[in-house]
Design a protein around this ligand. Structure first.
Ligand SMILES: Cc1cc2nc3c(=O)[nH]c(=O)nc-3n(C[C@H](O)[C@H](O)[C@H](O)COP(=O)(O)OP(=O)(O)OC[C@H]3O[C@@H](n4cnc5c(N)ncnc54)[C@H](O)[C@@H]3O)c2cc1C
Ligand SMILES: NC(=O)c1ccc[n+]([C@@H]2O[C@H](COP(=O)([O-])OP(=O)(O)OC[C@H]3O[C@@H](n4cnc5c(N)ncnc54)[C@H](O)[C@@H]3O)[C@@H](O)[C@H]2O)c1
Length: 455
């Protein structure tokens, strides 16, 4: 039976990097991947979608050319084949980069196949049995398909299949109103499709504060996207022209040509033989880990989306950093030290870090809040992109920044000023005295902080 120092199952955004670090330390490592190196981010997530978002933005700005004095004779056309190929190229370059990296690495054995536990230190893949004292799980997640009336009668798209589409839907119905749905909804509207977003809950992006959710809905509606929340009667039936999508909540049904199901993701832990290894999961299938990412079974760790402590590339990569620091570098890094930050890539994007106002209030702290509309940001006016607003929340007693949201141009970049300050544990008055560069969006951070008021 082939024996290794460590086995990594899943080549997402933490496993490959951890495997490489272990090899660097002289360990003999097996990396098992059932599909593509790079996992979701490279092959079906961040990279292809952000490439598509860039094409959609180019179309949007071309249509807005006249606002800037740029005349484009005739209507703006979209070549969906070129759009799809761009995304494919970005994916293939990244995937091939990983393939070549590992091909040139001594001490690593890359195995393509589905891995399952036989016991806590034994794994089978392609009929072969492998053993190792240390096993790292980076198996990621996949789209959830909820049981909705008529769903089995229709051909629906998921976030994975829609990136291979190279025709323009006449009318795309997007079920779900969060990260995946909203990014695709705006993108396809900008490509020229009619788009309707149908969300079961009362708000879009419901983890955010209501003012952010409402501003997101306004941005989407302003581009002609239909937005329906509180949809209590979602169902599907085939018609001569496409798919009838019922919404409920007193709203008329729509006639869609395509349906995208974007109602969340579920961890790939149901077919991993976790029971044979004795590894415990929660009710939703996420692997239970401690502050150092160890499972309840000695010698098994879980990293990335499958542990339920983050659903982002950077949180998965940070899991790799924590595991590598603790196991290889003698450091003492903890999951609980991470300040969560993320972005929603509609345009303008939402950059977020730390607590929402809702969470800050619920924590019982005395808080201060400051907001500023993007139409009072010079840079936004110069660029004629003034949608959205900025918001920061601070602790009135400790003066620590608790959280921030920048919904506006460059929000995904500007938020890093807050991410860095929060990680440095700098009280907000420190940033009040920074001298930022003019004209940027970030130059408003000191002004925003100067306007903090107790609420
Ligand atoms: C459409 C979309 C857009 C996204 N956009 C962003 C974004 O802009 N920014 C961001 O930070 N995050 C984004 N995400 C989330 C991001 O892609 C994931 O959080 C990220 O890929 C981290 O995943 P991971 O490392 O946990 O595992 P994954 O990347 O999901 O990789 C897990 C790997 O394990 C393999 N695997 C599973 N089970 C087995 C098994 N039994 N044997 C062998 N191999 C197995 C899978 O084939 C897969 O390759 C997006 C996700 C989607 C779907
Ligand atoms: N920009 C980014 O970083 C980015 C982009 C895309 C995805 N992601 C990651 O992927 C994960 C999954 O994203 P997601 O948007 O699919 O899931 P999500 O869990 O964030 O949102 C799912 C949405 O679907 C709604 N919903 C659930 N069941 C429904 C039903 N039956 N009918 C109608 N609506 C229903 C929920 O109320 C929720 O609003 C996210 O947690 C995120 O971390 C990140």
């Amino acid at each position: 039976m082939p024996s290794f120092d460590a086995i990594v199952i899943g080549a997402g955004q933490s496993g490959p990097f951890l495997a490489a670090r272990m090899v660097e330390k002289g360990m003999n490592v097996a990396l098992i991947e059932r599909k593509f190196l790079g996992g979701t981010c490279v092959n079906a997530g961040c990279m292809p979608t952000k490439t598509l978002v860039a094409s959609a933005r180019a179309a949007h700005m071309a249509r807005r050319g006249a606002d800037y004095g740029v005349t484009i004779p005739g209507p703006v056309g979209i070549d969906m084949t070129v759009v799809r190929k761009r995304a494919e190229t970005v994916t293939m370059n990244a995937r091939n980069g990983l393939i070549n990296w590992f091909a040139g690495m001594d001490g690593i054995t890359v195995i393509y196949g589905h891995a399952r536990f036989e016991d806590a230190h034994t794994v089978t893949v392609n009929g072969q049995t492998l053993t190792a004292p240390q096993i790292f799980l980076n198996v990621g997640a996949r789209p959830i398909i909820p049981d909705m009336p008529g769903i089995d009668e229709i051909d629906y798209l998921t976030s994975t299949s829609i990136i291979h589409l190279d025709t323009l839907p006449r009318h795309l119905a997007v079920i779900g109103g969060s990260y995946i749905s909203l990014e695709f909804a705006q993108m396809y509207r900008r490509f020229g499709a009619d788009v309707t977003v149908i969300e079961r809950g009362p708000k879009l992006a419901s983890r955010e504060d209501a003012d952010i959710s409402d501003a997101i809905a306004d941005i989407l509606r302003s581009e002609g996207i239909g937005v329906h929340t509180d949809a209590d009667g979602i169902g599907f039936s085939k018609t001569a022209n496409g798919i009838n999508v019922s919404i409920g909540n007193g709203q008329p049904a729509i006639e869609a040509s395509h349906v995208l199901i974007a109602t969340g993701r579920t961890p790939n832990t149901d077919d991993l033989g976790l029971d044979k290894a004795g590894v415990v999961t929660d009710q939703r299938g996420y692997i239970t880990v401690d502050d150092k990412l160890a499972t309840n079974v000695e010698g098994i760790w879980a990293l990335g989306d499958c542990n339920g402590h983050g659903a982002f590339t950077h949180t998965s990569y940070n899991d790799f950093e924590i595991a590598a620091a603790n196991l290889l570098d003698g450091e003492d890094r903890k999951l609980s030290d991470r300040i969560l930050a993320y972005a929603l890539y509609i345009d303008p994007p939402l950059g977020r870090v730390g607590m929402t106002e809702k969470e800050a209030r619920a924590s019982g702290r005395k808080i201060m809040i400051s907001t500023r509309p993007m139409n009072r940001v010079g840079r936004a006016n110069e660029r004629a992109e003034t949608k959205g607003f900025m918001k920061v929340i601070a602790d009135a007693e400790t003066q620590q920044i608790l959280g921030a949201a920048i919904l506006g141009i460059e929000g995904d970049e500007v938020i890093h000023g807050f991410i860095d300050a929060m990680n440095a544990k700098a009280p907000y008055p420190v940033l009040k005295w920074a001298v930022p560069i003019h004209p940027t969006v970030s130059e408003l951070i000191p002004t925003l902080l100067a306007d903090l008021k107790a609420v």
